[in-house]
Structure formats: structure tokens, C-alpha cells
Design a protein around this ligand. Structure first.
Ligand code: ATP
Ligand code: MG
Length: 422
């Protein structure tokens, strides 16, 4: 990708235009982090860029951005510009194209993001961004109060960068954030979520959460989260959730915030999480709720096993596996409610995976009998009773009380029908 983007810079330079890599990609290069997108800034106007590259898309001409394709990669090429007259604390009303790259860098949020690099590796750094990177510091370009006032999302970007890079925040920048946090109410939840998801998926989510606790910034977004409801101790092992389990950091956080499944679902909906992510995150809370109901009285292991299997059928395999993962990372005894038999939760935690393994069926289509078979067998018309009966057969087969064989299941259907008549 570096080579293909260099070709774009070269083409621009050969026509006499200035051109640089800019922003996040220069910063990430200096931090020796993987670079995902290589943005380019140039003195050429959008029209001049379009003339030079056959393969390009006018992505945002009014903002000066043209997407150029080079060697199979796409690069955003943006004309040097300034921004002015921000509206509603979130977007500029006007942009002006300029001839000096330094003016372009001035509109950017943090010093570490206000860097431009030419093809020879020379870095334009008017705000000492390299020093801030070396010292591990997030610092606004110019006045923090002004920059956060122009676009309130920058406050969450500030926390996200401090968290992901494990950076400190410059004093004035932090002061600006704490003073202006109520402006976050103007930011679309989708943009808030994007920042928070990046923060939570990074290597130091606890650092970011701590900054959010201290600043109380999330209490001011459109759908707020109030930090006093969280038990921080429950989140202390969050960073052990990695790779395919990274989304479960949210489940852990919601558990630590004492959210019920319904509350969590409403929150994630308003935070514009996708259906898939929402159901994955929430699954754990659903399992937790069912398990708490199960262990309110003393039960033998066989009963616990049956109820676990019913939980797997109700919540799905993924949710119960996720619950087991999280349960192991929570401090023991965290529920601290007298009517709960925590010792039984330990049994479920130790045996749950094996119990799940022992299940021969998980859904109706695994059963060696169909609804159609049942209707024929009993000579009855369909209705809600059929669904109930099928669910009963699934549960008994999953637990192992009935073998998953057609004749066994047929006998059970006959027996139940005879019982119903009597
Ligand atoms: P990442 O891509 O890792 O999320 P990034 O800093 O590259 O972080 P992008 O959204 O890709 O973020 O933006 C590219 C560059 O545009 C930034 O480095 C910064 O210079 C500038 N920028 C992005 N968002 C803002 C903003 N809200 N205010 C000012 N400048 C911004
Ligand atoms: Mg980027």
C-alpha cells in the first residue's frame, strides 16, 4: 500500500503540486503501528486531481476530497483546506482551499494528527506533534476550548487516543474537555459508538474507562451512561478478553453497571449497535439473569444440569459459552445476594461446558420427528399446542430423558396425548 500511495504522491509532484501523507497514517508510522488507510493532502485542486488520475471518484468535492485508485488500493486525496464557522458543535459551515500545508494542519484535532510527510520522509510538524508522540501525550492543536467547541466529538477522540496508545492528556486539553463535555449532547450516537468501540477494542480499555469515570463525559451524550452505577472491580480482568471475545468487554461492562438484559438492549439499540453485536453482547446478560433465577434454591447437580441445558436452548450456545468465559473473569462472590447459592454457580461454571457438550440436539430440526409426523400420528389440526409439544420433546431429548430416535419420540407423543385425554 505504501508503494501504491507513493505513486500518487509522485504523480502529483511531477505536475508541480505539493503532496504529503497526512494525519493518522504518519502518526501510526511513527508509533510503529499498523497503518490501515493512507490519506494524502495536496496543493492541487480537486479538479486538478481528477484530471491527473483516470481512476478516481469525486467522494466529497465540496470538501475537496477525491478518492484515487492506484494499484488496487483506494486513497483519499484532499486539497489543503481550512474550516470555519462550525455549526452545532459538530461540522464546519464552510471550507476554503489554501496553498500552504501548514494551514491545513492547523484545522486538525491533535498535534500528533497534525503531521504531514513528503516522499523523501521529511515531516512537516508545526505544532511539535513528534515531541508529543515521543512523550506519549494527546494535545489539542491550539486552544482546547475552541477545538472542542468546534467539534465536540474530538473530546471522545481524545479519550480514545489516550486509551488506545496509553498516552497522557495535556493539562489544558483535559481542562477543556472537562469544561465542555456537555457539548457532547450534539453528537450523533453513531459517531459516539464508533469512538467507544475503538477504545474498548484497544489494548487499554480500562485506561479509557477511567478517563470517562473522571470526566463524566458519557453522562452528556444523547443516550447517557451514568458512571456511578458501575462496580469497577468487576471490570478489572476486562483486558483478558481478546480477539474473538473482544466484544464481550461490553457485556462485562454492562454487568458491572448492573444493567438488566432489557435495559442493556435498550441502551445498545440507542447507541446504534448492529443487531448481531447487540445480540452477542446481550446474550451474556440473558444467561446471567436465567442462572440467577435457577440458583435461588438448593439444587442437586442433575437438576442444575437440566436447567443449564434449558438455558442453552433458550439463549443459544454462543451466549452460554460467552457467559462461561466472563464468569471466569469476574471475582467470585460478586453477586453478593443472600438468596443466591453462589456455590451452585461454581458447579455450573465447572460443569457447564461438559453439559453443553453432552447435548445431542440443539434445535427442532435436529429432532428425528417433525411437526408433520405428530399431526399425522394424532390426526389433529395444528395449533399452539403443537409448538409447545415440540419444545417439550426438544427439551427432554436435549437433557437425555428421551433418545433421539423416531420410535422413541413417537411413543412419547402417544403417551402425552393419552395423558392429556385422561
Ligand atoms: P484512526 O484512523 O486510527 O481511527 P485517525 O486519526 O486516522 O484515527 P481518521 O478519522 O482516519 O482518524 O482521520 C484522519 C485525520 O483527519 C486525523 O488524523 C486528523 O488529522 C483529521 N481528523 C479526523 N477527525 C477529525 C476531527 N473530528 N477534527 C479534526 N481533525 C480530524
Ligand atoms: Mg485513519
Amino acid at each position: 500500500m505504501a508503494r501504491q500511495s507513493e505513486q500518487v504522491l509522485r504523480t502529483l509532484n511531477e505536475k508541480g503540486y505539493e503532496a504529503y501523507w497526512v494525519g493518522g497514517c504518519v502518526r501510526d508510522e511513527l508509533l510503529e503501528r499498523r497503518v490501515d488507510d493512507m490519506d494524502i493532502t495536496t496543493s492541487a485542486s480537486p479538479e486538478q486531481v481528477m484530471e491527473l488520475f483516470a481512476d478516481c471518484i469525486p467522494t466529497g468535492l465540496q470538501h475537496g476530497t477525491v478518492t484515487v485508485r492506484s494499484g488496487g488500493f483506494y486513497f483519499e486525496v484532499t486539497t489543503f483546506r481550512t474550516e470555519s464557522e462550525y455549526k452545532d458543535n459538530r461540522r464546519p459551515a464552510a471550507v476554503h482551499f489554501v496553498q500552504d500545508v501548514k494551514e491545513d494542519l492547523q484545522r486538525r484535532d491533535f498535534t500528533m494528527n497534525a503531521l504531514a510527510m513528503d516522499r523523501d520522509g521529511n515531516i512537516v510538524d508545526p505544532f511539535s506533534g513528534q515531541l508529543d508522540i515521543q512523550d506519549g501525550r494527546v494535545r489539542c492543536v491550539g486552544s482546547a476550548a475552541e477545538r472542542f467547541g468546534e467539534d465536540a466529538l474530538r473530546m471522545l477522540r481524545c479519550v480514545r487516543f489516550a486509551s488506545v496508545f496509553d498516552f497522557k492528556i495535556a493539562y489544558n486539553t483535559w481542562k477543556g474537555l472537562v469544561r465542555q463535555k456537555d457539548l457532547l449532547q450534539h453528537i450523533a450516537m453513531e459517531r459516539v459508538r464508533t469512538e467507544m468501540v475503538k477504545m474498548m477494542a484497544g489494548p487499554h480499555p480500562l485506561r479509557g474507562l477511567e478517563l470517562l469515570f473522571r470526566s463524566q463525559a458519557l453522562e452528556h451524550v444523547k443516550t447517557p451512561i451514568f458512571m456511578e452505577r458501575f462496580n469497577k472491580a468487576l471490570m478489572s480482568n476486562m483486558e483478558q478478553l481478546i480477539e474473538e471475545n473482544i466484544l464481550l468487554r461490553w457485556s462485562m461492562m454492562l454487568i458491572a453497571g448492573h444493567y438488566t438484559k432489557d435495559e442493556a438492549d435498550a441502551l445498545l439499540r440507542k447507541w446504534t449497535f448492529s443487531n448481531d453485536d447487540r445480540s452477542r453482547i446481550n446474550g451474556v446478560l440473558q444467561v446471567e439473569q436465567l442462572i440467577q433465577a435457577v440458583v435461588q434454591e438448593q439444587k442437586d447437580e442433575e437438576t442444575l444440569r437440566s436447567e443449564w441445558i434449558v438455558t442453552v436452548l433458550t439463549c443459544g450456545r454462543q451466549a452460554t459459552e460467552d457467559w462461561l468465559v466472563i464468569q471466569r473473569l469476574l471475582p467470585t462472590g460478586w453477586r453478593d445476594q443472600e438468596f443466591l447459592h453462589e456455590e451452585q454457580i461454581v458447579v455450573v461454571q465447572c460443569r457447564g461446558a461438559a453439559w453443553s457438550q453432552s447435548m445431542k440436539v440443539h434445535e427442532l430440526k435436529d429432532l428425528h420427528i417433525t411437526g408433520e409426523n405428530v399431526l399425522q400420528l394424532l390426526g389433529r389440526k395444528g395449533g399452539p399446542w403443537l409448538g409447545q409439544l415440540m419444545k417439550y420433546l426438544l427439551r427432554e431429548t436435549a437433557i437425555g430423558n428421551i433418545a433421539n430416535q423416531h420410535d422413541m419420540l413417537t411413543n412419547e407423543v402417544k403417551r402425552v396425548a393419552a395423558d392429556d385425554k385422561a
